[in-house]
Design a protein around this ligand. Structure first.
Ligand code: FPP
Length: 247
């Protein structure tokens, strides 16, 4: 079954000339969106998946090169089984409805620890990564069973192994070597991190990659996040002075 998708909404805010290279989204507020309507939380996730779908299309159409989405965190396993199953089912539906991305030459990259996910999902993720690795119009990065600290610990283990094998010495460990051992190897750091729903935190998402990110927070709940709201975030971003520690 194909995932239902949202009708495109009109935008009135004009896009700025310079767009960020990498935009990351924390898709927060699905549960509250559903609760406000007296519905179970899983309906909020379904509606959130529609917004996600629309955002991927819109970002591809305006030429953003890298977009990341926090789909499921290493901490989300603490949620009730029914909710976890609903998110996994949505993900499964979505993973089987990705032809348009391949047609649009989008590269799909899954970050996080795949090993705890249902086997059919792991297999499909690997297939999609393989089928899309030749494309470069946009990188679509999905964080699933992802945690920033877990990612850094994973990188530390890989580097320790290199040291143990005698390929590098501890003195040779640089920031670049750490970046190259993260799940996001080869992807530029995050320029703009967007979190809807009124929460003002990073929640363990891309913590290394966000060292110099700009943040955009809004009270809108993720299912209501729109193309117009993204345009506003992009304008806001374009007006910020980024100095990366310089003057
Ligand atoms: C956070 O909102 C959202 C999640 C933990 C799940 C995000 C998943 C989706 C949008 C759907 C699946 C995505 C794909 C790619 C098909 P919350 O539940 O914490 O909201 P709340 O803070 O209002 O409770």
């Amino acid at each position: 079954m194909a995932l239902p998708f949202k009708k495109k909404t009109a935008t009135k805010t004009e896009l700025p000339e310079k767009l960020p290279e990498h935009v990351a989204f924390i898709m927060d507020g699905n549960g509250r969106w559903a609760k406000k309507r007296g519905m179970p939380r899983k309906f909020g996730h379904r509606e959130g998946a529609k917004t996600f779908h629309d955002m991927t299309r819109y970002c591809r159409s305006i030429g953003i090169k890298n977009i990341s989405f926090y789909v499921f965190s290493t901490e989300n396993w603490k949620r009730p089984k029914e909710e976890i199953d609903a998110i996994m089912n949505l993900l499964w539906e979505y993973l089987n409805d990705c032809d348009e991305y391949l047609e649009q030459e989008v590269r799909m990259i899954f970050i996080g620890d795949k090993t705890r996910l249902p086997e059919k999902i792991q297999k499909r993720m690997i297939e999609l990564e393989e089928d899309s690795k030749k494309y470069n119009k946009m990188n679509l990065i999905l964080a699933i069973n992802y945690g920033g600290r877990d990612e850094i610990a994973h990188a530390a283990k890989l580097i320790a192994q290199e040291v143990k094998s005698g390929n590098i010495s501890p003195d040779e460990i640089t920031e670049d070597i750490i970046s190259d051992n993260l799940y996001t190897k080869g992807i530029p750091d995050v320029d703009l991190m967007i979190r809807p729903s009124g929460e003002l935190r990073l929640s363990n998402f891309l913590i290394w990659q966000c060292a110099y990110a700009e943040y955009y927070f809004t009270d809108i709940l993720w299912p209501d996040f729109s193309r117009e709201e993204l345009n506003k975030a992009l304008v806001d971003f374009s007006e910020r002075g980024r100095r990366f520690g310089g003057v």
